[in-house]
Design a protein around this ligand. Structure first.
Ligand SMILES: [Ca+2]
Ligand SMILES: [Ca+2]
Length: 248
């Protein structure tokens, strides 16, 4: 024996994992989720192991083994998991959490099944208006975009940003559309217009794009500029100047 200060106390009582679950009940590939767990021991939890199974618990893959909780997880702790992008889509994902004490005892808890959804975000690019357009108020213009999505789309939103305000262009854009007619407001004018498009798929993955630069909406009812608005200097003499009178 060396200078080993370890106490040879025999701890025969295994840890208890009393709760295991995910913060978000739907997992998405390529997105972080959080394991929430509670574990306690008569002496102390030393390490935690986290595993998942995509076939209902027949085979387990390690998420992490030998994790040392920064604080005792007696009253609840969290463990972040970045769900792999290539993880199989399943409705049968199981989570297994093992707690180990300092004497080789362990306890575990299994939770599930959970559903794994495709977390690939759609892609969207606004094509028009993309900046520099000058449109007359009250005219009908076309908003156009390009998009692609690995998953079915749930909705498309078009928003009109101008002068630190925002309005809906339309709340009823069909999910397959790539263009939308837009009747410009009237009477109205702005030189800082931008369209924002928001696209979300059925798994809650969101994509957003804006006009790259400002477009202009012109108020065609406004009075023409100079010279109409310029005050005119009038010089006149008083009619019937008494000095002009002559004695007849
Ligand atoms: Ca123990
Ligand atoms: Ca853009």
């Amino acid at each position: 024996m060396g200078d080993d200060c370890e106490i040879n106390y025999i701890d025969g009582q295994p840890p208890e994992v009393s709760y295991v679950g995910f913060q978000n009940s739907y997992l998405k590939t390529g997105h972080s989720n959080t394991v929430i767990y509670m574990a306690s021991d008569d002496v102390a939890i030393r390490t935690m192991d986290f595993y998942f199974s995509t076939n209902g618990g027949l085979d387990w893959s390690a998420i992490e083994e030998g994790y040392v909780p920064p604080t005792p997880p007696t009253y609840g702790a969290v463990f972040p998991w970045l769900v792999p992008g290539e993880l199989a889509l399943t409705t049968d994902l199981m989570l297994r959490v093992v707690a180990r004490d300092t004497s080789g005892n362990w306890g575990e808890q299994v939770a599930g099944p959970y559903t794994v959804l495709d977390g690939s975000a759609p892609s969207v690019t606004l094509l028009s208006p993309n900046g520099g357009e000058v449109w007359d108020m009250g005219t009908t213009q076309e908003i156009r975009w390009h998009m692609s999505s690995a998953n079915p789309l749930a909705w498309i939103q078009l928003l009109f940003h101008y002068d630190n305000s925002v309005d809906f262009v339309s709340t009823t854009v069909p999910v397959g559309a790539t263009a939308q007619s837009w009747m410009l407001p009237s009477p109205f004018a702005t030189s800082s217009g931008k369209i924002q498009i928001r696209v979300q798929d059925v798994n809650g993955n969101l994509a957003v794009d804006f006009s790259d630069a400002f477009f202009t909406i012109r108020d065609t009812s406004a009075p023409p500029p100079v010279p109409w608005m310029t005050p005119t200097n009038i010089t006149s003499t008083v009619a019937g100047d008494p000095g002009e009178r002559r004695e007849l």
